[in-house]
Design a protein around this ligand. Structure first.
Ligand code: P6P
Length: 337
């Protein structure tokens, strides 16, 4: 099918007959990500690689592109009237909009996978949209809703193609950026993740720190056809959650960033509100599962904006097996207690 015949993102959203402001908000995010994509592609030619020489609220060194992406998303969404406030991995506090009459709350990791920026490996923007439920002045408490309350979520992957992956609660659809016309075109409809897999993603260098259930699962994968799984497994670790999740949406697999004993009081490395929740919404909408090892991530009641969580997500049968190992008390330390 030629690109002229493919469905454009605005037409796709109109056909869904969703709330007009939500549709326009999604288009605002998509437009911001096209600008981010352009900067990512220019890289050194735009003098936008390397460290900015500053640290973020997470205590991580900020890359120039982190700051560029964050500022662009904040500035391009602060005056639309569609949002009450925003929250970003790069900002300690929430970011009230200039026209705070909007009903929506936007959360994002502006550039996930920053350690890959300077080595030209795929990175991405992750976003989550909630409704502001209270009529009071917007505050952090408005954001502290379980992931099941999201009205939309997605990511834009800056890889060989720039791809927007989106759910508004009725399936997962993918849109590829037509670089010539600067339009996202529908290229994969109603994604479904295979229930089984032969591929797992985890940072193996942390093996000695894992809880026993994770170690048991991975060792059984490594034993392959000679062990109880009776099939050989492949391993991937891109160190960009967006890229690992995208692979799983396309061909199945399981992604794990579990609790480990390096920092036992932290439930995990990844952020609940703007990494795990949007990815979990996408994964479940595509027929997969997403858990912290013991329960669905989307049911977690947040207590802090930047709280972390243990993440095990992907092909349903594989995730259920790992959950079984945790819940049958193979002493899985999930919440740091
Ligand atoms: P590690 C990127 O910094 C990130 O937040 C995720 O995108 C990615 O899956 C993970 O951290 C990689 O962590 O410890 O392997 O570098």
């Amino acid at each position: 099918m030629t690109s002229q015949l493919m469905t454009k993102l605005p037409d796709f959203l109109n056909a869904r007959q969703m709330d007009a402001d939500l549709g326009l908000l999604i288009l605002d995010i998509a437009s911001s990500c096209i600008s981010i994509s352009d900067a990512v592609r220019k890289g050194a030619l735009a003098n936008i690689l390397g460290s900015a020489g500053t640290g973020n609220v997470q205590g991580e060194t900020q890359q120039k592109l982190d700051i560029f992406a964050n500022e662009l998303l904040l500035k391009s969404n602060e005056n639309t009237g569609r949002l009450a406030a925003m929250a970003s991995e790069e900002n300690e506090e929430i970011y009230p909009t200039q026209i705070s009459s909007g009903n929506y709350l936007l959360l994002f990791d502006p550039l996930d996978g920053s350690s890959n920026i300077d080595v030209n490996v795929s990175i991405g923007t992750i976003f989550s949209i909630l409704e502001k439920k209270s009529s009071d002045q917007v505050c952090e408490q408005d954001f502290l809703q379980p992931g099941s309350e999201q009205v939309a979520a997605g990511y834009v992957l800056y890889g060989p193609q720039t791809i927007l992956v989106l759910t508004t609660g009725s399936g997962v659809n993918m849109f590829t950026l037509d670089q010539e016309n600067q339009q996202f075109l529908l290229t994969n409809e109603n994604i479904q993740i295979p229930k089984d897999t032969k591929e797992f993603a985890i940072n193996m260098s942390n093996m000695r720190h894992w809880a026993p259930p994770v170690g048991r699962y991975v060792n059984e994968c490594l034993a392959g056809s000679t062990g109880i799984r009776k099939k050989d497994f492949n391993m991937r670790w891109i160190a960009s959650m967006v890229a690992d999740v995208h692979r799983i949406l396309i061909r199945g697999g399981v992604f794990m960033y579990p609790w480990d004993q390096r920092e036992p009081n932290k439930p995990g490395k990844l952020r609940l509100m703007y990494e795990a929740n949007p990815m979990s919404f996408l994964i479940e909408q595509a027929g997969g599962s997403s858990t912290n090892g013991k329960s669905r991530i989307l049911t977690i009641q947040p207590s802090q904006l930047h709280e972390r969580v243990s993440v095990i997500l992907g092909s349903e049968n594989e995730v259920n097996l790992i959950m079984n190992y945790h819940n049958n008390n193979l002493s899985g330390e999930i919440d740091g207690k």
